[in-house]
Design a protein around this ligand. Sequence first.
Ligand SMILES: Nc1nc2c(ncn2[C@@H]2O[C@H](COP(=O)(O)OP(=O)(O)O)[C@@H](O)[C@H]2O)c(=O)[nH]1
Ligand SMILES: [Mg+2]
Length: 453
Amino acid sequence: MFDQLSGKLKNVFDKLASRGRLTEGDVDDALRGVRLALLEADVALPVIKKFMAEVREQAVGEQVLKAVKPSEQIVKVVHDGLVSVLGEGEELNLRAQPPVVVLMAGLQGSGKTTTTAKLAKRLKEKENKKVLIASLDIYRPAAQKQLGIVGERVGVDSLEIIEGQKPVDITKRALTEAKKNGYDVLMLDTAGRGDLDEELMNELIAVKKTANPTETLLVADGLTGQVAVDIAKAFNEKVGVTGIVLTRMDGDGRGGAALSMREVTGQPIKYLGMGEGLDALSPFDPERLAGRILGMGDIVEMVEKAQAAISEDDAMAMQEKMMSGKFSLADLKKQITTMQKMGSMSDLLGMMPGMSGMKDKIDPSKLDDKQLVRQVAIIDSMTPIERYNPHILNAKRKRRIAEGSGVTVNDVNKLLKSHAQMQTAMKKLKKMGGLGALAGMMGGKMGKKFPGM
Ligand SMILES: Nc1nc2c(ncn2[C@@H]2O[C@H](COP(=O)(O)OP(=O)(O)O)[C@@H](O)[C@H]2O)c(=O)[nH]1
Ligand SMILES: [Mg+2]
């Protein structure tokens, strides 16, 4: 969905990551790249301006430039900036006397009818609501029948069709029917034209007055970029909307619509249409979307977890030890404990950039958290002198350690081997810094599978 934008941003951040320590100039270079990427993604200019001002202020701050891994911190700053322009993820507001009315508006072909069925299905299945849907589209032949058909497919009742009835009258009949038969939600699917025109707006205003909807959702085609945003703005000014549904987000739109919508219209995006199927509707989740735009796994979540688990001083000290080759088994234990604080192995793997796809390919039994517990137990059974001088571990000592920790000598050997491999790997990991080094913890098997990790 955001492939192009993601690719451009990734290039910017890769370049930044190769730098190590960053100057304000490096950051400005990178931010120019981000700006260009947003422009090419068709994001509205005022939105880009606001975004850039906020992000720059954060990105050149002390905390970021002096961080252990400044480029990752900047990714996080950009991520947070994206979340901020995307706005809050708001659910449908159903807090009203039933039948709660949801009015669907938008241009012809934007996806109103499809979205009405998708949303009705969702309300029925996820919120256990009794939903009635009604079509007010008397202009397009068979439009009313189309709603009836999709309604049937999702198992939701639709209002009986009476030929020749006008939209406002259909609305009144739908309200009566919904009240009489105890429906929780009434969804009104309206007609759209190929273009914004007065007649359409006036009809919509009249229907809205009659129906007094709790939600007026503007359905806009995400593929149309800026046009979708302009249409939403016009609808909001003339009719008043309470939320936006962006459809065709499964296509290869440049993403500008999603990023500009909130800022330009002042209204929240509530759902994304993700396909033609009647299940293809996602609640709008700015955090997830920003993560996807950045295309870096959930690196942001990982940085947050790492920040919570390790203090910066600890991370620095650990990194120095690793680099100097003085990384003892006691340090390894500390690392393992940190990882346990950060989450399970498989969670962590899923969060590493470029590794999310690997998660499923790896035998989970080889990576489970029990293994970490076992490794800690082995290290605990060593004497302090052994922890700092593993080379003195002869067969007799290993047997003692194995017995003390309830494992086999083979397990002890495996731990020692992966510790030795880590020390070798540390040298290669220099440029990756503290977080990257954690990946070295994956030990022998991973090390071989993913050279460089
Ligand atoms: N790929 C894709 N197609 C969609 C989506 N939403 C609607 N469509 C398709 O767009 C076309 C027009 O949809 P429709 O609901 O009839 O639009 P309406 O004129 O606004 O009622 C139909 O072929 C739908 O299947 C979506 O999220 N993704
Ligand atoms: Mg329709």
